[in-house]
Design a protein around this ligand. Structure first.
Ligand code: IMP
Ligand code: MG
Length: 172
């Protein structure tokens, strides 16, 4: 079975944008150590590519959350599947997310992590669908704003498949 997938953002475009984001983050956090929190599983490719390009000290941790709902719509109720290994108290935390859709997952996460007394807390997302937002979230770094279409690849899945595509695509 072959699926028809239209390329929305090519691998080259993603790489170029990640270079820019890493440069900006390295400047903004100069003199500090940035603590990256990779939200599994969707952010894993973005997190790795970004982390490799940041030129200031980096530490990292991983968290896995799942939002209850069907594959297309998150309900806003978030379950922590795997919490962080280390405390974030006093750290300059940057949450690395694959995509912001309704904003519910990140609204929940920023409230939770914000209550753990980090020195600072910001969000970096590869993709943003601003049209779909139902909850206000302040996002410091956005790779690409995209239209309201269901995307996959570069870590994003449809029923757990397609995460390994090296580009961001739309299933036709
Ligand atoms: P939110 O809570 O509605 O912002 O949803 C965020 C989560 O929904 C993301 O971390 C993804 O796991 C999933 N999601 C939202 N839109 C898409 C999409 O277009 N493709 C794949 N997953 C998506
Ligand atoms: Mg996700």
């Amino acid at each position: 079975m072959t699926d028809n997938i239209r390329v929305l953002i090519s691998e080259e475009e993603v790489t170029e944008r990640i270079n820019e984001l890493a440069e900006q983050i390295s400047k903004d956090y100069e003199g500090k150590c940035v603590h990256l929190i990779c939200i599994l599983k969707g952010s894993v490719f973005f997190h790795c590519e970004l982390a490799k390009r940041i030129t200031i000290p980096v530490t990292m941790d991983f968290m896995s959350v799942s939002s209850y709902g069907d594959e297309f719509v998150s309900s806003g109720r978030v379950k922590i599947v795997k919490d962080l290994d280390e405390s974030i108290q006093g750290k300059d935390v940057l949450i690395i997310e694959d995509i912001i859709d309704s904003g519910r997952t990140l609204a929940y996460l920023t409230e939770l992590l914000g209550s753990r007394a980090p020195a600072s807390l910001n969000i970096c997302t590869l993709l943003d669908k601003p049209e779909r937002r139902v909850t206000d979230v302040e996002v410091k770094y956005v790779g690409f704003e995209i239209p309201d279409e269901f995307v996959l690849g570069y870590g994003l899945d449809y029923q757990q498949r397609y995460r390994n595509l090296p580009y961001v695509g739309v299933k036709e």
